[in-house]
Structures are given as C-alpha cells and as structure tokens.
Design a protein around this ligand. Structure first.
Ligand SMILES: [Zn+2]
Length: 611
C-alpha cells in the first residue's frame, strides 16, 4: 500500500537461537470460472479448490476470507471507520470543516446495489455438501471429515459476488473512472501455519495468504481489456494488445471474450478491467515482460509513456539490489485508490502528477519482493513489508537520480519518526495492524519506523553488511513467509553481531534513543545514555589543532564489532548510563553519530563544543 499520509505529512553467528524451521507449508490449487456482468457489477463464480494439508495437524475446520463483505453498512470495517479518530480520508466524507471535521463513513451510505458481497450458493467437500457459517468477512467451514495431516481435500463452491463502489483498494468506478479493480474479490482460503489459523477479519488491512497455483477463466464484455496476476493462456483469442502480431487473431463470436490466466506459485490473484484501457508491453532485458494498462486521457497517456522506461530501470535495480524477480510478467495497472501491491501486478492511481505516479510505481513494485515473494504476515508484522519496501524504494529513488546531492536521503523519514516518538501516541510494532489506536501510529510505525529498522541496522552492522543481509534474507526466505526473527538471524549470520536486543528494543517496545555528550575536559570525553534504548556509538572528535579523529564504541551486548575505519574503543555496557574515555589530544568538539542514521530523538545534545 502506498504510504498515503506521508505525501501530505509529509559470518558466523555465535547465537544458539534456532532458525525457523520450514518443514511444511499448506498448498492451494484454485480453478475458477467467472461470469462477469458489467451492467450490474455482479459476477457468478465457480471455484474448485484442492487444499493440501502439509501440516502435522488433522484439520477439523477451515476458513475462507470473504473480503467484499466488508463494504456493507454495519460491517466491522464500517463501524471501525465511524469510531477511529483519524479515519482514512479516502473512506469517509468530511461533513464538517478542515479544523472541525465530522466524518461520515462512505460505507454507511452504500445502497444495496452499491455494496460489495460474496454469497456462497453451495459448498461441497469431496463431492458432499458441507456445513458453513459466515461471520462478517470470514467463512468457517466445519468439515464432514477431517483433513488428515498429509492429505488433500477438494472444495467445490458456487458463489455470487457484487463489486462495491470503490471505497478502498478494490471496487468499481473509482475516482479516475476505472471500471473494475478486482482485488480481494474471491473466496480465499485463510493461511494455516505453525502459529495456527490466520483468519483475520477484513477491517482495514492487510493480507496473508497460502501459496499455490491459480487457473482463472474470466468471461467479460468483449470491449473490456483485462490485466492482472498470471500469464494469459489464449492471447490470440482475446487480442487487446496481448496477441502475437505475427500470427492471426482467432476471436470467437459473441458479446463476451474468455480470458484464461494461469498463475503458478502465488498467494493471491487480482485483476482489473476497463473499456478504455490502453495497453503497452515492454521487455526487461533478460527479465520479465511488463504490461502497462492505463486510461486513454491525454495527460495520463503522456505520463504513463514517460514512466515505462523508468519502470524497467526500477525492476533492474531491485533485481540487482534484492534478488531476481521470479515471475515472467509484471503489470502496472491504473486502478485502485492510491496504490496497492498484488501478485505480478499493482493497481495505482494514474491521473496525478508524474512524480507521484513514478513514486507510487517504485514503492508498489518493491512490494513484489517483500509483500509478495517473501510474504511476511502483514497483519502481524506490517513493518517487515511496508517498512522494508519503503527503505528499498527510498534507496532506488536516490540511486536512480541523475543528479545526486548530499542531503541525507532519510531526512524526512527520521523527522517523521521523531514526530511519532514524541507524540505520546506511539505503539509497539508488535501491535496487530488493525488494532492500533490511530491510523497515524500504524502508518508511521510500519512505514517509517520499519524503514529505519533497516537504515539503522546499517549503522549497527555496517552498510556493506546490510546490503549482504538484504540479499541473503531474500534468497533464504523467498516463498517462506519470514518472521521478525528471520531478518534478525540473517543480519547476525552476515555480521557476527548479536542483535536480539535490537529487535526487542526497536520493534517490541517504544523505547527511544537519546545519547548526549555530557562533558569535555581537555582530553577527557564523557558521554551519557539518556534514552532507554542502548546503541553503539560513532563519535567524531575535532582536536584543538584542527585534526579530526573518528571513534567507535561498540555496545557490549552486541558481542562483536562492525567493520569500520574508526578507532574502536572499549565496549559500553547497557547497565552503565555513562561512558568516559581519554582522547590523545586536547579536544575542541565532539559529535555523536554524524551519519544521522541513529534515530536519536534529541540531537541538540549530540554536539559539544569547548568554548
Ligand atoms: Zn506499501
């Protein structure tokens, strides 16, 4: 998801902690046939789901997500919107003033023909009807016979859906006039892993799914161009820019076209369709084919044409910086509301300023590596997705600039974190994504504090080690749903530095960092840890003779040191609030962390000058 509010707000390890053991993972195999009615926005669906229980447990029941049901008056999403102090501006109407807002939930105003729904018409387990119960956006199925460990079951479902007026992410007829943004649109099996079921209600965010193979057939009005997840199997039968122009088109007669997609090894399937889409195709050298689908409006066409080469360069950058994008295609599609990442595609707003479209494209594309291929549980660990995505896209924006300046590239990031940390509203990043008191605490926490988790990790283990960590993390955990301990263990293995304290303090608490230069007396320098969170210290000392010397004070509990050209001093243990050492010459000025990468919330005491 695009960080929406900030546009306006602007070696070997000595650890004995065992690595998460991926001995099993559930598997889904979906075959779906969808009959879309573009007049009333309803669709009839047939779904055959072969579910493989690779867990050591026998399952007595299973859960599906029915996310379209969130877009109904009285839904949990609606009621939450009416009660949160800072609702998402896209989901409410402000009936008051900017200063004294009175919000009205847009969901509460939806008429029966405008709501979203997924109605289950029939459901069978291995050919026999099975009992189920719908609780909001969750369908609970009590199985006729348990799915024993290591066994498969086939579920056949008939369902009817209605696409809601676009409120958030998915829906019809969004502000930019895109007819169908089809995200979270089908009954989707919830993930079951070593932690148990993750059948979370759809309240605001976000998603976690089961890896598997999708075979999706969509029958839709022949004038609509479709884009989304997967590889189109019958391009000569649909045309719309997908065809091999050296071969003859074989378009069947009739009012509808049949679009047949296959998507292997994905945990979601998303699509969008519009009558006015233009469709361009570009090839990443030795990489994926990129599809661009956007509305035929002069300014939009100009911006999107200009964005295409930038998108290719961005994918090359991520392939190089993180690891290979594993799929054969990626589609950038105008749709949605802002930007949202999906399998092999993104839906982004497309009518705005060029810089905004490109910024969103870079952010959403980076999600392909984190949200989609690594696929951490975003509901529990949103910071591992939004934070890491934001970090990589910040780096990409900087590295791809033609003219670089020396401004601190994370300047706004650290300032925004500082705002949260001193607001009294911060909550630990272990909070479930929907349960933060405010959207502000969720957003700044996961996007910004999550981003600083990596930039600050570079300060702790060294920049080169951070780059190695990101590559190793991706390579070791792709398609495995990594957890917070996995990124920590990867950084420990790469750097030889113990990092349990870092994960704990930065993610599981709201402790803040504040170090101060307490005093300078000729050659003697005294430092103090004012904040609760300990850190290693980089120190720049200017002597009275004008020379400069850099020092490095490792934090004792790291039980190791980062590679640095600075002179390493004795460790500073957490239990000691102060630290004193003797420099070689008379000192004029001392500065803590001139890199600015340590998120010190009060920098006024970081520099000390002898008067
Ligand atoms: Zn995002």
């Amino acid at each position: 998801m695009k960080k929406y509010i900030f546009i306006t707000l602007s070696l070997l390890s000595f650890s004995i902690i065992a690595q998460k053991n991926y001995t099993w993972q559930q598997h889904v195999n979906y075959t779906m046939d969808i009959e879309m009615n573009v007049e009333n926005y309803q669709f009839d669906g047939k779904q055959k789901l072969i579910y493989t229980n690779n867990s050591p447990d026998d399952l007595q029941f299973i859960f599906y997500h029915l996310q379209f049901n969130a877009f109904q008056p009285g839904s949990e999403m609606d009621i939450r919107l009416q009660n949160i102090v800072d609702p998402d501006g896209r989901m409410v109407n402000n009936m008051g003033t900017k200063e004294n807002p009175i919000y009205e939930s847009r969901i509460s105003k939806l008429k029966p023909n405008e709501i979203g729904f997924q109605k289950i018409l029939s459901l069978k387990q291995n050919g026999k009807p099975v009992n189920y119960e719908i609780m909001g956006t969750i369908l609970k199925v009590t199985l006729n016979t348990p799915i024993l460990s290591g066994n498969k079951a086939t579920f056949e479902m008939e369902f009817k859906g209605q696409v809601p007026i676009q409120i958030r992410r998915s829906g019809r007829n969004n502000k930019e006039g895109v007819a169908l943004s089809m995200a979270q649109w089908y009954p989707k099996m919830a993930e079951y892993d070593e932690e148990g079921w993750h059948a979370n209600a759809y309240i605001a965010r976000e998603f976690y799914g089961v890896w598997g193979d999708f075979d999706v057939t969509i029958h839709i009005d022949k004038n609509y161009t479709v884009g989304g997840t997967g590889y189109l199997q019958n391009p000569q039968e649909v045309g719309h820019g997908y065809e091999d122009t050296s071969k003859k088109l074989k378009i069947p007669k009739g009012e509808k076209l049949t679009w047949h997609f296959k998507a292997p090894k994905v945990h979601d399937f998303t699509w969008a369709a519009d009558k006015d889409y233009l469709h361009d195709i570009k090839q990443v050298p030795n990489g994926a084919t990129m599809h661009f689908l956007y509305k035929n409006k002069p300014k939009t066409v100009e911006n999107w044409k200009k964005m295409e080469d930038e998108a290719i360069k961005t994918m090359i950058f991520y392939n190089d910086y993180i690891g290979e994008y594993p799929y054969k295609q990626y589609s950038i599609i105008q749709g949605g509301d802002g930007g949202m990442e999906y399998g092999m595609c993104t839906l982004i707003n497309g009518d705005g300023r060029y810089s905004s479209i490109v910024g969103t494209m870079k952010h959403e594309m980076a999600h392909s590596w984190f949200q989609f291929v690594l696929a951490s549980n975003e509901i529990k660990h949103a910071w591992m997705d939004e934070g890491f995505t934001s970090y990589i896209s910040t780096i990409a924006r900087h590295e791809m600039k033609e003219e670089k300046d020396d401004t601190f590239i994370f300047d706004r990031t650290y300032k925004t974190y500082n705002y949260l940390a001193t607001s009294g509203k911060e909550e630990p990043l272990t909070t479930q994504a929907d349960r933060y008191d405010t959207n502000m605490a969720y957003s700044i926490g996961s996007y910004v504090k999550g981003q600083i988790f990596l930039s600050q990790l570079g300060y702790i283990i060294g920049e080169k080690n951070l780059e190695k960590t990101i590559k190793k993390y991706y390579n070791d955990f792709k398609f495995k749903h990594p957890t917070p301990n996995d990124i920590k263990r990867t950084a420990e293995k790469v750097s030889g530095i113990q990092l349990d304290w870092y994960l704990n303090e930065w993610i599981e608490t709201i402790h803040t960092i504040d170090y101060a230069v307490k005093s300078v007396d000729d050659k003697e320098i005294s430092l103090a840890r004012v904040g609760q969170m300990p850190m290693p210290i980089d120190l720049t000392v200017t002597y009275t003779d004008g020379t400069v010397e850099n020092f490095y004070i490792p934090l004792q509990m790291m039980l190791g040191k980062k590679p640095t050209s600075a002179k390493a001093l004795n460790n500073w243990s957490w239990g000691n609030p102060t630290y004193t050492f003797l420099a070689s010459k008379s000192v004029k000025k001392v500065e803590i962390d001139s890199s600015l990468l340590m998120a010190d919330i009060d920098r006024s005491n970081n520099i000390f000058e002898v008067k």
